[in-house]
Design a protein around this ligand. Structure first.
Ligand SMILES: [Zn+2]
Ligand SMILES: [Zn+2]
Length: 148
Protein backbone atom coordinates (compact mmCIF):
# COMPACT_ATOMS: atom_id res chain seq x y z
CA UNK A 1 0.00 0.00 0.00
CA UNK A 2 1.34 3.42 -0.86
CA UNK A 3 0.43 6.47 1.13
CA UNK A 4 0.71 10.04 -0.08
CA UNK A 5 3.99 11.43 1.12
CA UNK A 6 5.29 14.99 1.21
CA UNK A 7 7.13 15.95 -1.96
CA UNK A 8 10.54 16.63 -0.46
CA UNK A 9 10.93 15.08 2.96
CA UNK A 10 13.42 16.78 5.23
CA UNK A 11 15.68 15.08 7.71
CA UNK A 12 13.25 15.96 10.50
CA UNK A 13 10.40 13.88 9.16
CA UNK A 14 12.61 10.93 8.33
CA UNK A 15 11.52 9.52 11.66
CA UNK A 16 7.81 9.97 10.85
CA UNK A 17 8.22 8.26 7.49
CA UNK A 18 10.02 5.30 8.99
CA UNK A 19 7.52 5.08 11.85
CA UNK A 20 4.62 5.06 9.36
CA UNK A 21 6.12 1.95 7.82
CA UNK A 22 6.74 0.40 11.21
CA UNK A 23 10.47 1.04 11.04
CA UNK A 24 12.77 2.61 13.58
CA UNK A 25 15.08 5.53 12.97
CA UNK A 26 18.57 4.21 13.52
CA UNK A 27 21.81 6.22 13.23
CA UNK A 28 22.69 4.02 10.23
CA UNK A 29 19.44 4.76 8.39
CA UNK A 30 19.88 8.43 9.16
CA UNK A 31 23.44 8.35 7.86
CA UNK A 32 22.48 6.56 4.64
CA UNK A 33 19.69 9.05 4.00
CA UNK A 34 22.11 11.89 4.68
CA UNK A 35 24.59 10.45 2.18
CA UNK A 36 21.91 10.35 -0.51
CA UNK A 37 20.85 13.92 0.11
CA UNK A 38 24.39 15.32 0.38
CA UNK A 39 25.12 14.67 -3.24
CA UNK A 40 22.11 13.93 -5.39
CA UNK A 41 24.08 12.08 -8.02
CA UNK A 42 22.21 8.78 -7.83
CA UNK A 43 24.93 6.64 -6.27
CA UNK A 44 24.93 2.87 -6.35
CA UNK A 45 24.80 0.90 -3.08
CA UNK A 46 28.59 0.49 -3.27
CA UNK A 47 29.09 4.23 -3.52
CA UNK A 48 26.65 4.87 -0.67
CA UNK A 49 28.63 2.39 1.42
CA UNK A 50 31.93 4.13 0.76
CA UNK A 51 30.49 7.55 1.57
CA UNK A 52 28.66 6.35 4.69
CA UNK A 53 31.86 4.73 5.97
CA UNK A 54 33.56 8.09 5.94
CA UNK A 55 31.75 9.27 9.04
CA UNK A 56 30.68 5.87 10.29
CA UNK A 57 33.64 3.49 9.86
CA UNK A 58 31.85 0.59 11.56
CA UNK A 59 28.95 0.45 9.08
CA UNK A 60 28.87 -2.72 6.96
CA UNK A 61 27.77 -3.25 3.37
CA UNK A 62 24.91 -5.47 4.59
CA UNK A 63 23.70 -2.68 6.85
CA UNK A 64 23.82 -0.21 3.99
CA UNK A 65 21.70 -2.55 1.85
CA UNK A 66 19.30 -2.96 4.74
CA UNK A 67 19.05 0.82 5.25
CA UNK A 68 18.48 1.44 1.54
CA UNK A 69 15.71 -1.18 1.53
CA UNK A 70 14.08 0.46 4.54
CA UNK A 71 14.24 3.93 2.95
CA UNK A 72 12.77 2.63 -0.32
CA UNK A 73 10.07 0.77 1.58
CA UNK A 74 8.92 3.85 3.48
CA UNK A 75 8.91 6.03 0.37
CA UNK A 76 11.88 8.29 1.11
CA UNK A 77 14.14 6.99 -1.59
CA UNK A 78 13.49 5.46 -4.95
CA UNK A 79 15.44 2.96 -6.96
CA UNK A 80 16.65 3.93 -10.39
CA UNK A 81 17.73 1.20 -12.74
CA UNK A 82 19.74 1.79 -15.85
CA UNK A 83 19.51 -0.64 -18.74
CA UNK A 84 22.41 -2.79 -17.57
CA UNK A 85 24.03 -1.04 -14.65
CA UNK A 86 23.65 -1.51 -10.92
CA UNK A 87 20.64 -0.09 -9.12
CA UNK A 88 21.09 3.53 -8.13
CA UNK A 89 19.30 5.44 -5.40
CA UNK A 90 17.48 8.75 -5.68
CA UNK A 91 16.17 10.70 -2.66
CA UNK A 92 14.15 13.09 -4.82
CA UNK A 93 10.53 12.01 -4.46
CA UNK A 94 9.17 14.76 -6.69
CA UNK A 95 7.92 13.58 -10.07
CA UNK A 96 10.92 13.76 -12.33
CA UNK A 97 12.65 12.14 -15.23
CA UNK A 98 16.22 10.95 -15.40
CA UNK A 99 18.78 12.16 -17.88
CA UNK A 100 21.51 9.61 -18.49
CA UNK A 101 24.83 10.69 -19.88
CA UNK A 102 25.77 7.96 -22.33
CA UNK A 103 29.43 8.93 -22.11
CA UNK A 104 30.26 9.13 -18.38
CA UNK A 105 27.21 7.32 -17.00
CA UNK A 106 26.07 10.07 -14.65
CA UNK A 107 22.37 10.48 -13.95
CA UNK A 108 20.61 13.82 -13.52
CA UNK A 109 17.16 14.75 -12.30
CA UNK A 110 15.10 16.59 -14.86
CA UNK A 111 11.96 18.14 -13.45
CA UNK A 112 9.87 17.37 -16.46
CA UNK A 113 7.41 14.58 -16.69
CA UNK A 114 4.89 13.64 -19.30
CA UNK A 115 1.45 13.14 -17.88
CA UNK A 116 -0.67 10.32 -19.30
CA UNK A 117 -3.12 12.98 -20.55
CA UNK A 118 -0.62 14.87 -22.68
CA UNK A 119 1.32 11.87 -23.98
CA UNK A 120 0.52 10.85 -27.50
CA UNK A 121 0.59 7.12 -26.90
CA UNK A 122 -1.91 4.63 -28.22
CA UNK A 123 -2.69 2.40 -25.28
CA UNK A 124 -4.29 -0.89 -26.29
CA UNK A 125 -7.82 -1.49 -25.04
CA UNK A 126 -8.10 -2.73 -21.51
CA UNK A 127 -4.88 -1.19 -20.25
CA UNK A 128 -4.94 1.56 -17.67
CA UNK A 129 -2.01 3.95 -17.78
CA UNK A 130 -1.07 5.47 -14.43
CA UNK A 131 2.24 7.14 -15.03
CA UNK A 132 5.01 7.44 -17.55
CA UNK A 133 8.62 7.28 -16.56
CA UNK A 134 10.77 8.90 -19.19
CA UNK A 135 14.47 8.26 -19.55
CA UNK A 136 16.40 10.85 -21.46
CA UNK A 137 19.71 9.91 -23.06
CA UNK A 138 22.49 12.14 -24.29
CA UNK A 139 25.52 13.95 -22.97
CA UNK A 140 25.89 15.86 -19.71
CA UNK A 141 27.23 19.45 -19.94
CA UNK A 142 30.82 18.30 -19.21
CA UNK A 143 30.81 15.57 -21.82
CA UNK A 144 28.99 17.76 -24.35
CA UNK A 145 31.68 20.43 -23.93
CA UNK A 146 34.46 17.88 -24.46
CA UNK A 147 32.74 16.40 -27.50
CA UNK A 148 32.92 19.73 -29.35
ZN1 LIG B 1 28.81 12.88 -19.01
ZN1 LIG C 1 16.37 11.13 -9.53
Amino acid sequence: MRTASPKAPSESNLNTHLANSGLRLTPQRQRVHEVLREKMDHPTADQVFLRAKDKMPEISMATVYNCLDALVQCGLVRQVTLDRGATRYCPNMQDHSHFYCDNCGSVYDILQTISPEEADIKIPRGFRLDNIETNLHGLCPDCAAKAK
